[in-house]
Ligand binder design. Structure first.
Ligand code: IMP
Length: 430
């Protein structure tokens, strides 16, 4: 009975906790990473997608990475949302996205090889921006420049995200609505600028060929997705908004300048999809039971290397997009509380609880002292396996205490708890 939440086309849920949880989500639910991305949003999204009519990704580009298992084979997807495998459900790529077309074509082809034709149900905003190959080279050149000037870069994914949003803000970006235009002259001018300003060579013929190939396949998939999403709403359809990255990488409210170039919040996602703020009926904040970060920048609760390596090994903490080892540490309550406030979290999904199974004691950052050093609370570990446990009552007492502590300290109830890598390894708590 409990497993019905995990089914693609779920029958009625008889389990009370599951029913209560699903009905508490309402018509428009956003899933937002509460840390530095990589919180494991994909699992909750994939599970919940089965219960929503429309799946929408709002912002970011191929800097995101989530592993999707298609017919038993693992694939890392960067642009298509995690919920895209649910047959028959419309998938929207919103106006806040920056799209590298060859990557999108590759993901579509991967699905097609697995017998899934996503094209007829894929809707790409005409307002989304195109990422050209040379943006990636610009991204790398800018990183190098920063490293030379400041001794440290941002640690970007080098997917061209910064340059794409720079062009967008400068009002010189090229949007999806121009996919079928002849851009050869424009690219020639851009090639000169890229060479002079960044020492980057633009392979115009290659760029144009990529555009042509994408246009042949995608031109009729590009549309006014704002109009579309409001039509869906007026038909009473429910919408799952899939956030990308995490709130600490937000361009406004994140750990600037060590952030991505887009808005990663629930408000940013709504803006990018053309949904009004009051459309949102629930917002699930996703946080690991500990904390990780890739790239540079402050990480107040970063663990000493010995502890970090233990978490990295147990949690498989290597970037899905870049393969970089993630920096590992502990939860930081002030960040979780702030994320809850700025995004309006109505529920938590705490992921990867099982990674802490062997810890004797678990530090949780509660703030900083007068010297700016982190202050910790220490909760007792449970030193027992939680892998695959599917009921809150089935968890060891100290694990329950840990979860309760997070809920009490942040004022946001914990509704979902990940207890292992499989889809079924999830607790729905009421
Ligand atoms: P960019 O988004 O590639 O410009 O990278 C800026 C910062 O955000 C770097 O520290 C990246 O590692 C980080 N970042 C961007 N996207 C993700 C993500 O999806 N997960 C985790 N970190 C990310």
């Amino acid at each position: 009975m409990f497993k019905s939440i995990f089914a693609n086309n779920p029958p009625l849920c008889y389990n009370y906790a599951v029913q209560q949880f699903l009905s508490s989500l309402g018509r428009v639910c956003a899933i937002i990473g509460a840390q530095w991305g990589d919180e494991g949003k994909g699992k909750a999204t994939d599970i919940l997608a089965g219960h929503f009519d429309v799946i929408a990704r709002a912002c970011g580009g191929a800097n995101a990475g989530h592993t999707i298992v298609v017919k038993g084979r693992k694939h890392v997807f960067h642009l298509l949302p995690s919920g895209c495998l649910h047959e028959g459900k419309p998938v929207i790529l919103g106006a806040g996205m920056v799209i590298h077309l060859p990557t999108l074509l590759e993901e579509i082809a991967t699905l097609r090889e697995a017998g899934i034709d996503i094209l007829p149900r894929l809707h790409i905003s005409h307002e989304a921006h195109i990422i050209f190959n040379y943006y990636k080279a610009m991204d790398a050149a800018l990183e190098e420049r920063r490293s030379r000037a400041k001794g440290q870069g941002i640690g970007t994914t080098k997917r061209g995200i910064g340059p794409a949003y720079t062009e967008k803000a400068a009002r010189s970006g090229i949007r999806m609505e121009r996919l079928e235009d002849d851009l050869s002259q424009e690219l020639q001018q851009r090639a000169k600028d890229a060479q002079t300003l960044y020492g980057v060579t633009v392979e115009s013929a290659e760029e144009l060929a990529a555009l042509k190939e994408a246009a042949a396949l995608l031109a009729d998939r590009v549309s006014d997705t704002v109009d579309l999403i409001h039509r869906y709403r007026s038909e009473g359809k429910t919408i799952l908004v899939e956030g990308a990255q995490g709130v600490l990488l937000d361009i406004d409210h994140g750990s600037y300048p060590f952030v991505t170039s887009s808005s990663t919040s629930s408000a940013g996602a709504l803006q990018a999809l053309g949904l009004p703020p009051n459309a949102l009926t629930s917002c699930i904040g996703i946080a690991k039971a500990y904390c990780t970060r890739v790239g540079s920048g402050t990480f107040l609760t970063e663990a000493p290397e010995e502890d970090a390596q233990r978490l990295r090994d147990r949690g498989g903490e290597y970037g899905a997009t870049t393969g970089r080892p993630r920096r590992c540490g502990w939860l930081h309550l002030p960040d979780l509380c702030r994320g809850a406030l700025t995004n309006g979290f109505t529920h938590w999904n705490i992921t990867k609880l099982d990674v802490l199974d062997e810890e004797k004691e678990i530090p949780i950052g509660t703030g900083v002292d007068a010297q700016g050093k982190p202050v910790f609370d220490y909760l007792p570990g449970w030193q027992a396996s939680t892998i695959g446990i599917t009921s809150f009552e089935g968890l060891p007492e100290n694990a329950r205490q840990y979860i309760r502590y997070i809920g009490e300290q942040t004022g946001v109830p914990v509704a979902l708890i990940g207890t292992g890598p499989e889809r079924e390894h999830m607790i729905v708590k009421n």
